[in-house]
Write a new protein. Structure first.
Length: 419
């Protein structure tokens, strides 16, 4: 006889002994509270809390500093892409545009002047060049002195230098025009930014500014509006603890309630399980995104939801109440025997657990209790699936004792291992 068979025989003997002792101790002292093994539906859920949010929210800010002149949108306003939702007083910006336009005009005039001066300098060079040529011819013939020749040479060199200077002035004038154009473009952009435009179709869920208020964009664009692109489709950000996250996957169905409609159950579907952990006071959770239809617009951004994610379900399966796993015999009247059995159970606990060593007590047709090993599946907190064991539909499972002094609680609780 190998070790496994020997272990099975010992377990059977122990169970028979327990049943015998318990029957003897309980004889005539009360009836049992029982429940029937039935077939039905068992579901397993992961519970969590979360917050409802719009799928896409856009923060609309100001890129310029100024005073809010008009507001064209308020809380809950429907807006269209390109719509002006607010306007900053444009007068200071228009004045800058006018000033830059004047500067550009002046710069263009300077270019014209510089071009004319350059052309004049070039004419002077040609004249000085011809004069120098004649002077050199006369000097060779001895008609003029060397001093006259030097004067003509100096005049030509000065004309060349003047051309170079006028060319530099002309290039500088052109640069001034380009700079004026850039400044004008910048001020015109600032003027256009005084109109705050909605970038999307949606609904205003937040307004952070009032008419007459001054907004500053010195460091970063202040948020004036928050616009939700579409509230008919929302997402629920649920925080699932690490013990349950392994059961959650994309495509699973979820139900949830909110305090505003406590009698109504809403539905959704898991669309994303994020891998980034969130640790708060040493408790690790993961963000699970649940897509939610909100065609009637009852759900609002920011609502807190109590969520149940359906992680597994079985239909037409054997199931028993969780209270059956709580019931244990009382060996107070046979403490020596109980101590022996307790020592045995503790010594074999790990081996029994590895083999699915969970037991329930069954009432036979002649009202005798007997321990039956079972292997369990999923549980919904009230009922547990039986996937293997010597149980069949209609068996009577003992959940407690009806006598006052030996009553066992039938409150549902998850099954525990061992006796």
């Amino acid at each position: 006889m190998n070790k496994k068979k020997l272990y099975s025989v010992v377990v059977i003997i122990a169970l028979l002994l327990i049943g015998f002792l318990y029957l003897r101790n309980e004889k005539g002292e009360g009836k049992y509270i029982t429940a029937e093994v039935v077939r039905g539906y068992v579901s397993e859920v992961a519970t969590a809390t979360g917050t409802l949010n719009a799928v896409v929210t856009v923060q609309v800010g100001s890129q310029v500093t100024g005073r809010i002149k008009t507001l064209n949108a308020d809380f809950n306003s429907q807006v269209k892409k390109g719509q002006v939702v607010a306007e900053i007083d444009p007068d200071p910006f228009q004045a800058r545009v006018d000033r830059e336009k004047a500067s550009l005009t002046a710069a263009k005039a300077s270019v014209s002047t510089a071009r004319a001066n350059l052309e004049k300098a070039k004419v002077e060079v040609e004249d000085a060049k011809r004069s120098l040529k004649r002077t050199n011819e006369l000097f060779i013939r001895g008609i003029i002195s060397e001093n006259d020749k030097d004067v003509a040479q100096t005049r030509y060199d000065s004309a060349l230098a003047e051309v170079k200077a006028q060319e530099a002035s002309y290039e500088n004038a052109l640069a001034q025009v380009e700079q004026a154009k850039a400044s004008l473009k910048s001020t015109e952009s600032d003027l256009s930014y005084t109109k705050i435009i909605s970038p999307v179709d949606g609904i205003v869920i937040s307004r952070n500014v009032d008419a007459g208020q001054t907004v500053s964009a010195s460091l970063q664009a202040p948020t004036l509006f928050v616009i939700a692109e579409n509230l008919t489709k929302m997402q629920l950000n649920a925080s699932v603890v690490e013990a349950d996250i392994g059961k959650v996957s994309v495509g699973q169905k979820a139900t949830f309630t909110v305090d505003a409609f406590i009698d109504k159950k809403f539905t959704g579907e898991v669309t994303q399980v994020r891998n980034a952990p969130i640790t708060v006071q040493n408790v690790v959770t993961y963000d699970v995104i649940i897509g939610v239809e909100n065609s009637d617009l009852k759900l609002k951004p920011g609502m807190t939801a109590n969520v149940s994610i359906l992680t597994a379900y079985k239909d037409n399966t054997l199931k028993i109440p969780n209270a059956a796993f709580r019931f244990r015999p009382d060996f107070d009247k046979n403490k020596d025997t109980a101590d022996i059995l307790t020592t045995y159970v503790e010594s074999t606990k790990n081996e029994k657990r590895n083999e699915g060593g969970i037991y329930v007590w069954v009432l036979s047709k002649n009202d005798k209790p007997g321990a039956v090993p079972v292997k369990i599946g999923i549980t919904d907190g009230n009922f547990t699936e039986i996937i293997d064991g010597n149980l069949k539909e209609g068996d009577q499972i003992i959940m407690g004792v009806a006598s006052k002094e030996k009553r066992s609680s039938t409150e549902a609780r998850p099954p525990r291992f061992g006796f």
